[in-house]
Design a protein around this ligand. Structure first.
Ligand code: ADP
Ligand code: MG
Length: 322
């Protein structure tokens, strides 16, 4: 059995890249991280708990990826450039067969994003993965959720709903051909944080949020913070490739209320329409214009004929049920 310090040294300690923002990484009482002059630190924490966010026995490599990806998604939604992250890890045992693939999934995404693990904490206990990411952004360019303006167009990146579809299959509530399930499960287990898109939208988007708990619920946060309302055209929602093969009612429900999509939902003035498309092309991520912000409070979902659809936001709330 590995000791706590062996475990940290073996799986989580790497020399910081020279010339990067990390002056001192894992091993001291604190890490030392520099923020580019004129920018502000952007900080976010997200926790993944076994039995709550993932099933017992989940693939550790995918968990490593997802734990960091969901945190990077928050930086993306702020238009922040990632600098580094810490990892607070609670583990039932120091099992190298679990730790090696977990570290591999985690650090592969860190390398792909050019950021470093700079510290953390390790303790024995129920499996719990808590990451804090740090990034930077010029404060005036941060994509805050309280800055949507009536008249803005409403956009979403990528596609929605496949992660929820995969979850429903895993819970035994839907069934799919294996290839459709595998494609949807990739969206659930290996979300790709839209960091490049968030950066490209600086100075273009007025407000943004990442879609983690379902489009309607997350958009609802933007509307509440910005004191505006919105119209969403249900027929313009970008539907995940596997969900697209499902009946219309399921498509709409999972696209609107799915969860675990980790796409960006953002607003931009109408006269920035072409700039949004150019930013998306530059980032290599498709975007869809799905509606408009208006001054009348509330969220109206319309069908292709312009008729209102009754939809409930069933955004995930950890304390709303057991
Ligand atoms: P302290 O007692 O000073 O809090 P710890 O013994 O908890 O230090 O950790 C020793 C060093 O290892 C610190 O630099 C800490 O940031 C780092 N560390 C601990 N756990 C992890 C982890 N899971 N991932 C990365 N770094 C870690
Ligand atoms: Mg400690």
């Amino acid at each position: 059995m590995l000791s706590e310090f062996d475990l940290i040294a073996r799986f989580f300690t790497r020399a910081p890249r020279s010339g990067g923002p990390v002056a001192l990484g894992v091993g001291d009482d604190c890490a030392l991280l520099s923020v580019p002059p004129g920018e502000t630190l952007a900080v976010s924490t997200d926790m993944l708990v076994e039995g709550r966010h993932f099933f017992a026995g989940a693939d550790p490599e995918a968990l490593g990826h997802k734990a960091l990806a969901v945190n990077l998604s928050d930086l993306a939604a702020m238009g922040a450039r990632p600098l580094g992250f810490t990892l607070a890890l609670s583990l039932p045992s120091a099992d190298a067969n679990w730790l090696a693939p977990f570290a591999q999934g985690l650090l592969a995404l860190a390398d792909a994003q050019g950021i470093e693990l700079i510290g953390g904490d390790t303790t024995r206990g129920p499996l719990n993965l808590c990451i804090t990411v740090m990034g930077s952004v010029p404060a005036a360019m941060a994509l805050r959720r309280d800055r949507a303006q009536a008249g803005d167009e409403l956009w979403v990146s990528g596609t929605l709903g496949d992660a929820r579809l995969a979850l429903e299959v895993m819970l035994g509530r839907q069934s799919l051909p294996a290839s459709d399930f595998e494609r949807a499960a990739l969206r659930l287990h290996r979300p790709e944080p839209r960091v490049t898109l968030g950066l490209a939208l600086r100075g273009i988007a007025s407000a943004a949020i990442d879609v983690s708990d379902g489009l309607l619920g997350d958009l609802g946060h933007v509307l509440a913070h910005s004191h505006v309302g919105a119209v969403v055209h249900a027929d313009t929602l970008p539907i995940g490739a596997s969900l697209a093969l499902q009946p219309a009612e399921l498509r709409r429900e999972f696209a609107l209320n799915g969860g675990d999509d980790y796409e960006l939902c953002f607003c931009a003035p109408t006269d920035r329409h072409a700039a949004v498309l150019a930013a998306a092309a530059q980032a290599g991520v498709p975007v869809s214009c799905i509606g408009r912000i208006d001054s009348e409070p509330g969220l109206r979902v319309l069908d292709a004929g312009g008729r209102a659809i009754a939809v409930a936001s069933r955004s995930f709330d950890h304390f709303s049920h057991s």
